[in-house]
Design a protein around this ligand. Sequence first.
Ligand SMILES: Cc1ncc(C[n+]2csc(CCOP(=O)(O)OP(=O)(O)O)c2C)c(N)n1
Length: 322
Amino acid sequence: MQLSRDQLLHAYRQMRTIRAFEDRVHEEFSAGNIPGFVHLYAGEEASAVGFCMHLEDRDHIASTHRGHGHCIAKGCDVGAMMAEIFGKKEGLCGGKGGSMHIADLEKGMMGANGIVGGGPPLICGAALTAKTLGTGGVAIAFVGDGGSNQGTTLESYNLAKVWNLPAIFVIEDNGYAESTASSWSVAGSQVGRAAGFGMPGYEVDGHDFFAVHAVAREVIERARNGGGPSLVHVKFARYYGHFEGDAMTYRGKDEVPRLMAERDCIDLFRRRVTEAALLEPSELDAIDREVAELIDRATAEAKAAPMPSEADLLTDVYVSYH
Ligand SMILES: Cc1ncc(C[n+]2csc(CCOP(=O)(O)OP(=O)(O)O)c2C)c(N)n1
């Protein structure tokens, strides 16, 4: 294990923040307090954090409709994210985007995306810019298992390979595309598909933060050093439904409780670092309390914040290049 104490604490805090954020959004949405539509990332935290821990502000990511975890891992402000989800003026995008369009370009977060397969072409653009300007930046698209079959994704592999772009495609295989099992739609590993495009491909257990972090380091270093694109197939599970309100009739009743008891990425992380005496349980408990306070505060402030006004209606609609 090559992580410093500070890095371990940071990884735990980030994963715990994503989990607490998602659990709270679930509660608030169920209570009818959140407008629109939300898709939750709980259970998948090790992927967003394992990759984004290697990134800097000059690096870009593009996300999916299940984007909160990627936003938090890339450094977006949690309070401004919660306000965005509540549709408030102080939200990260002025309350106009909501869950599926949260973006923060200053942080290199190019946005959650309501278009399945929308992220890969965006990161090809970011990777081409990085390469052309010589910034040393890399770009990562997080893509669902369903999104991995979109033509936009496959064409992006092609482009990234032909132009040797510093691009990475992370296929987050959470077991289902809506209600279609990925064992059917993906039919095995994506490593072979990567090979078909001449890219290195990896399969990794997404419940194991350390495994994800190690693969992420390798592919990001390769991209940064001019070695071109890679594909990583991350396998794990989501805990909530496809969207909030999904009754999940397509899943066995004990599937999620069993996964949470046996293969939860945060529990596995906790066990590993405490058994190896790298961190004390009490310091992790302290992070849990701080994160709970952060989420309480973010939620209370988001609820109390004003809605966008009529005067905000036409801002951000037209762009002037003068
Ligand atoms: C181009 C496009 N087609 C279809 C949809 C409807 N849709 C939204 S999410 C989804 C399933 C995506 O599954 P996957 O990529 O595996 O991501 P997951 O929800 O599992 O994270 C579909 C078909 C869409 N939003 N965009």
